[in-house]
Design a protein around this ligand. Sequence first.
Ligand SMILES: Cc1cc2nc3c(=O)[nH]c(=O)nc-3n(C[C@H](O)[C@H](O)[C@H](O)COP(=O)(O)OP(=O)(O)OC[C@H]3O[C@@H](n4cnc5c(N)ncnc54)[C@H](O)[C@@H]3O)c2cc1C
Length: 334
Amino acid sequence: MAGRPEIAVIGAGLAGVRLAGLLRDVATVKIFEKSRGTGGRMSTRRAEGFQFDHGAQYFTARGEAFRAFLAPFIASGTVAEWKPRLRAAPSDRQTDELRWNASRYVGVPAMNSLCKAAAGALAVAHGDAVRTLHRHADGWKLELASGEEAGPFAAVLSTAPAVQTAALLPQEMSGRAALEGARMLGCYSLMCGFVDLPDLGWDALVCDGSPLAWIAAGHSRPGRTDAAALLCQTSNAWAEENLERDQQDIQQELLSALADATGLNTDAASYVSLHRWRYAAVQTPAGRPCLFDPDLGVGAAGDWCEHGRVEAAFDSAEALAAEVKSYLARKGFR
Ligand SMILES: Cc1cc2nc3c(=O)[nH]c(=O)nc-3n(C[C@H](O)[C@H](O)[C@H](O)COP(=O)(O)OP(=O)(O)OC[C@H]3O[C@@H](n4cnc5c(N)ncnc54)[C@H](O)[C@@H]3O)c2cc1C
């Protein structure tokens, strides 16, 4: 019988930490994350006393497995329901978002709290991107942006967005066509902090006829500080058309859009910042729960596999973990 296998997971978003958590009973798992924090697109920025959840705004839990996973985090207060006062702009606009009454959950005290808690004691190497994979007789080695090498690993599993996963995994892997068929769209997040902001009468504004699609009062989420933090997100279509423009111009245009949609004097913002997401939402999913090539020992999971939302990242990780476990069992690992 073979010894305990070592597995590399690329990415510390929800898919990566869930996948690593599921595999730790059967393998020694190491997560490689290019950014300095855990959470991926369930992200939080803190600056000048303000806190912005500038990626995922909330998540829903439709399936049994995700609900069961969330239950202990809800019990411990790491996840809570957010019940925003939702309005439309212009105010006569009809939108399903206003009628929709499913529970909306957020991490507490920040959106990345769920991934941090789920990662627990897992080994995560932050701040060094995986650049390339090399296949050797004894397994896969990872070449990192720092020039360091890691491995060998019996399997390498990527949870990076589809385009980044496609750049890393071998051309000859099975499921390559599905991976390359996945399309993701960009988004801009404009962050504005105000020292003094009156009650706006809403916690989230669903916008139309504007570059902005969504404006949320981040401080209305449970467990946040009172510091008034508005998070504005563009529509994916607008972002796609404007991804390569000068970022200062984009920031000015979005500040004007915020003023138009809300009537706020944006000059009063004491903190303003812009974040460009190249891969925020899924336009075309890969169309399968996960990808795994048992001959090569490489696989992939993420929201882009099926639905493009937080719960889909979780579901995809569950699917890949099941595939990898049966692969390891077939190989004689216990
Ligand atoms: C602006 C925005 C708004 C959103 N709103 C919602 C919402 O309201 N509701 C909802 O359900 N979902 C929303 N989403 C989508 C949601 O955030 C994602 O579905 C989910 O977080 C994806 O998780 P993941 O683990 O699949 O991927 P990610 O969270 O993207 O994790 C992938 C990780 O891989 C890392 N990585 C990439 N390349 C490398 C490399 N070469 N080496 C090492 N690490 C690498 C990345 O840094 C990242 O941390 C939103 C996303 C954005 C950006």
